[in-house]
Design a protein around this ligand. Sequence first.
Ligand code: PLP
Length: 462
Amino acid sequence: MTTAELTNSVIVTDYKAKTEGSAKLFERATKVLPSGITHDARYLDPYSIHVGRAMGPLKWDVDGNEYVDYFCGHGAMLLGHSHPAVVEAVKRQMDLGTHYGASHELEVRWAELVCELIPCAEKVRFTASGTEASHMAIRLARAYTGKEKIVRFKGHFHGWHDHVAPGAISHYDGTTTPGVPQSVTDLTILTPTDDVSNIVQLIERHDDIAAVMFEPSGASWGQVPLPPGFVQAVRDVTTKKGVVMLMDEVITGFRWSVGGAQKALGVTPDLCILGKIVAGGLPGGAVAGSAAIINRIDHAASAAKNHERIAHPGTYNANPLSAAAAVTALSLVRDEKLAEKANRTAAELRSALRQVLIEESVPWGVYGESSVFLIYPNPWNDPIDPATFDPLKIPFEKLKGASNVNPLRGKIRMSLMSHGVDFFTPGGFVSAAHGAPEIERTVYAFRRTLRKLKAEGEVKSA
Ligand code: PLP
């Protein structure tokens, strides 16, 4: 945002008046942290809030402001914040030790749960994050197939390591990003998702593909949805060609259903990666799938097949605190049908927000699957009917670009925050702890925000 837009905006002035403590912390933070933050998604001009406490669907910033939280730990907190059973399990484990440098029972129970719940999981290997799981899954696929190329899709995010960085949030033309050699990027075949038959032909044409990797929700938890038939078509052609089908379930795992998107869609990949919910809200990730592929890490199986084994250290793999949180959280997701509960609440929220757009005559869209919701803020003011909005009819560049347009994006967030609601992009994650009171507060904040944006000329009536 320009300085004039910042100082002349009532939305920004209101936000700053309520968040003086966060502003002071931000001033300190900028001296020691790039942009004063520790994750790109927390970037907000002039500054983002600093949070001191969270519980259930709510969080409180250092100034004491309360927010209905739709960041939900970047999607990790399906149970809501500080679920008492998870807190108890982690506290119990704290007293027993946080790192044994040895195997322990909780990691076995954790792996058993993943194998019970996730259809493709014959075996599982834990990592410290989704990015690490993504890195390992690609290495496994390359070792297993003896091929090097990875087919990825424009805008699909698989963490920040070199093999998946270009084309995820920028460089959709296949050029590389700073710090990543073009030779590494050239190992990716980057393609759009809109034409399924083109994708099938592309995979059929190449004999050097190790894996086809994708978010089963579509890019960024469904911001750019997949066309109908995409997942099954990829399954069919990868099976035919002996290519590894690698589903990124870091977001969708245990959320789209207790068995992830693969269970919800009824299509089983060869490998999947898990993160976020898999570790119960603590740090962790996993690669899970066919034993034949994962056994490339196994000592005996590699020796029996005369393969050079893939080494996999990692100080915090399956650390006892994450394992304790995970075993408790995943058991609750299974036993209390928490994915289904969150899905129902999110469907109600989507429909309530859509109704606000209709009533306020704002030509935006509300969409999303499972327990996520996405807002298309239509900065180009194209003619859109919120009642019939279909994201599949909007081009990739617009769906991806809409939430990056400043000052609109920042103003949406700041206005919602001034009314006690924290959205992620425009949109967010719903937890099993959210319910009717949170929907009501969100609807109020959304309506007030649309009216303020109209007053500042950011939104025009349909
Ligand atoms: N894959 C997807 C689909 C993600 O959304 C993310 C993180 O947001 C990752 C991979 C990377 O996971 P992590 O942030 O745990 O490294």
